[in-house]
Design a protein around this ligand. Structure first.
Ligand code: ATP
Ligand code: MG
Length: 423
């Protein structure tokens, strides 16, 4: 038997309503904040991620699904959404769009070759937004408030927003040097990844999962002390505006994004719900002021976040929040013999084209089994058709909630629809 690839999942028909519910909510919240959807290809040139995500990241080093196409080009299934959006922005010269800043969102499967773990899949769906073309603490706050709005709209309570500022490029050069001086003498005590990071990307040592309890990580220099005045002022303004909106947050000086093009605001949203498990990060994001230029684009700046629907579902589960199940069908038609089935087939066809959701029995079950089937399908109404109904052209339309019946003409689709819609 052929099995599903490791780290992927089938979303079965009994569960898809949850995904649709969440996706609809995300589309509508994005609409509130005036973000428009952008759809980019599932695969891109590998180089886009090597440059845009960075050669020193786990994503690029270990996690990409990379393949050669038949033209011998190296392609990669997208592991994240920001680089593709920025590529598209540059290629479509969106810096000249009349609508500025350019505010977009995406919702798409992402692919990462990762170790299987709860909340970690090899194919997962990310929803993310990007606001490109403006550098202002207020847009950072807009992005953060939208993020919180999304999670709170589902009734989630155990949310912890961590924020930090990693300053501008100047602040960071000094900070990186301080980290190198701090870690260099004892770097042999760290994991092999960190031994490379000290030369390629010292800030990443701070978010190493293996070395997070090392005393030198605990008492590492704090980025805030290295921020220049502009960077501090920017951060203060972000915090003041979050306060003004009543959005609670914690400043976490160890929250870093190690890539050169990240600047200023960095954030993560975690769940502190009991029973969530080892992975508690729901969403991550930050400001990237150097990314567009790095990808040969204009010197515009951007900010965004990405969350996965899989982890949102885990958070809902951990807090015991259930999403509303969809309503059943409007009508189920039971049939007593073959000619009734034939008539029912025509009737459901007409009703469906008129917008009534309906179904019938195709398995020639006994009436009682058909009634059970109607119940399972959540039918709000039923009609039974047999010899008598065929002869008279009339039948009883039963409202399953009230138990009341009404005589209807099988030819009069408009009448059936009206009665169904009334209830
Ligand atoms: P982690 O530290 O958990 O590996 P990350 O830094 O790789 O996260 P990002 O690249 O910032 O994560 O992705 C943004 C969000 O996408 C994460 O906060 C998480 O909700 C989700 N995510 C990342 N990887 C996976 C995965 N393999 N399966 C499901 N969701 C994921
Ligand atoms: Mg990861």
């Amino acid at each position: 038997m052929i099995q599903i690839p490791r780290g992927t999942q089938d979303i079965l028909p009994k569960d898809t309503y949850k995904w649709q519910y969440i996706e609809n909510r995300l589309h509508s919240i994005a609409q509130n904040y005036n973000y428009k959807e952008i759809r980019t290809p599932v695969f891109e040139s590998t180089e886009l991620f090597v440059r845009g995500v960075g050669g020193s990241t786990d994503i690029v080093n270990k996690e990409m699904y990379t393949f050669k196409d038949k033209g011998d080009r190296s392609m990669t299934l997208k592991p994240e959404g920001t680089a593709p959006v920025v590529r598209s922005y540059i290629e479509n010269k969106m810096q000249h769009d009349v609508n500025q800043p350019v505010k977009v969102y995406y919702q798409a499967p992402m692919f990462r070759y990762e170790r299987r773990q709860k909340g970690r899949y090899r194919q997962f769906v990310q929803f993310g937004i990007e606001a490109i073309g403006v550098e202002d603490p207020l847009i950072d706050v807009e992005v953060l408030s939208m993020l919180m709005h999304i999670y709170q709209s589902f009734g989630l309570r155990n949310l912890k927003l961590h924020i930090n500022s990693i300053g501008d490029q100047h602040s960071r050069a000094a900070y990186n040097q301080a980290l190198v001086d701090h870690f260099r003498p004892s770097i042999h005590e760290f994991c092999s990844d960190c031994q490379v990071r000290i030369d390629t990307n010292p800030m990443r040592i701070l978010d190493c999962k293996k070395d997070r309890d090392h005393p030198l990580v605990q008492n590492a220099p704090v980025i805030y002390d290295y921020l220049n005045d502009e960077s501090k002022a920017y951060f203060e303004e972000v915090k003041q505006n979050l306060d003004a909106l009543g959005i609670p947050y914690e400043v976490d000086y160890n929250l870093v994004r190690g890539l050169d093009y990240y600047t200023h605001t960095a954030f993560e949203l975690m769940s502190d719900a009991e029973g969530f498990g080892a992975i508690t990060t729901l969403c991550g994001g930050g400001r990237y002021n150097g990314l567009l230029e790095l990808l040969d684009g204009p010197s515009e700046t951007g900010i965004g976040f990405a969350l996965s629907i899989e982890r949102l579902l885990l958070a809902l589960e951990a807090e015991g929040i259930e999403l509303p199940e969809p309503e059943g069908i409007d009508l189920y038609i039971c049939t007593l013999d073959q000619s009734a089935s034939t008539a029912a087939g025509r009737l459901v066809h007409k009703l469906r084209t008129e917008g009534v959701s309906c179904d019938m029995d195709y398995k020639h079950r006994k009436l009682k089994a058909q009634m059970k089937d109607a119940d399972r399908k959540g039918a709000a109404h039923t009609i039974v058709i047999g010899e008598t109904e065929l002869a008279s052209g009339e039948a009883e339309l039963k409202n399953m909630a009230t138990g009341e019946s009404e005589k209807i003409s099988l030819e009069n689709i408009a009448e059936i629809r009206t009665i169904i819609e009334e209830k």
